[in-house]
Design a binder for this molecule. Structure first.
Ligand code: SAH
Length: 226
C-alpha cells in the first residue's frame, strides 16, 4: 500500500520533472512554471541554507562586503549570509518566492534587499557586488542563456569579485528527472573568458527528497579585472 507520503513525494517529483528536465534543454522554463512551483514547497526549497555555502562562509572563502544571491528563491542562503556579516541582496524572477523571502527576513529581523528581477538583465550598476552566489540557478538555463548570464553576472561583480555556484553534476543519476546535469567542461567554457576558475569540486546539493544530497559541483571563480 502506498502511503500518502509516498504519493506526495511522487507528485513533487513529477512537478520537478515538468519544471525542469521535462522541458527541452534548449527551452527556458517559463515564469508561470516557476510561479506554479512556489504554490507548494518545491523540492529545492529545503528551509535552511545549502551546507556547501555554509562551509564556504565558515572557511572564509567569500570576499568581505556585499553579496548578491541570484535566483535566491525563498532566501535561505541570502538570510544566512546577512546573519553572518554580509550586506545581502537576493534577486529572483518569481514574485511568490520573493514574498516568502521578505516574510522570513521580517520574522528573523534580518536585513536583506529581496527583489524580483531577471538574472539575464539585472537592474544593478556595474561592479557593485563583492560576491555573487548561485544555488541551483545556472543548471536551469538552456545553452543559449549561459553566456548571457555569465556576462550579466560578471558585469555586476567588482573586479576580483567572487562567484560561487552550486549545480547538479553529470554524476547525479537522471532517472528521477530534475534540472540539467552540468559537466566541468561546460562550467569552464561558460565562465573562463571572464573569470579565473579557482576550483570546480564535488559537493552535495540538499533537496527535499535526497537523504544526503544530490551529486553536484561547487564552483569558485574570481572576476578577472577589466
Ligand atoms: N537558490 C534557491 C532557488 C533555486 S531554484 C534555493 O537554493 O532554494 C532556481 C530559482 O531561480 C527559482 O527560484 C527561480 O524562480 C529562479 N529563476 C529562474 N530563472 C531566473 C532568472 N532568469 N532570473 C532570476 N531568477 C530566476
Amino acid at each position: 500500500m502506498q502511503s500518502s507520503l509516498t504519493n506526495a513525494l511522487y507528485s513533487i517529483l513529477r512537478l520537478h520533472n515538468v519544471l525542469e528536465s521535462g522541458i527541452d534543454e534548449q527551452v527556458r522554463p517559463s515564469l508561470s512554471s516557476w510561479e506554479d512551483a512556489y504554490k507548494t514547497t518545491p523540492p529545492w526549497d529545503v528551509g535552511r541554507p545549502q551546507p556547501a555555502f555554509v562551509e564556504l562562509v565558515q572557511a572564509g572563502e567569500l570576499n568581505t562586503g556585499s553579496v548578491l544571491d541570484i535566483g535566491c528563491g525563498t532566501g535561505e542562503n541570502a538570510l544566512y549570509l546577512a546573519g553572518n556579516g554580509f550586506s545581502a541582496t537576493g534577486v529572483d524572477l518569481t514574485s511568490l518566492a520573493i514574498a516568502a523571502a521578505r516574510a522570513k527576513a521580517a520574522e528573523r529581523k534580518l536585513k536583506v534587499d529581496f527583489r524580483t528581477g531577471n538574472a539575464l538583465s539585472l537592474g544593478f550598476k556595474d561592479g557593485i557586488f563583492n560576491n555573487v552566489i548561485d544555488s541551483g540557478l545556472f543548471h536551469t538555463f538552456p545553452d543559449n542563456d549561459r553566456l548571457i548570464y555569465a556576462r550579466e553576472m560578471a558585469r555586476v561583480l567588482a573586479p576580483r569579485g567572487k562567484y560561487f555556484m552550486l549545480c547538479f553534476s553529470e554524476k547525479e543519476p537522471t532517472n528521477w528527472g530534475g534540472p540539467r546535469r552540468v559537466t566541468k567542461e561546460e562550467i569552464e567554457s561558460t565562465f573562463s573568458p571572464l573569470f579565473t576558475i579557482n576550483y570546480i569540486r564535488d559537493a552535495l546539493f540538499a533537496t527535499r527528497f535526497h537523504s544526503n544530497g544530490g551529486k553536484a559541483y561547487l564552483t569558485s571563480a574570481t572576476r578577472i579585472s577589466a
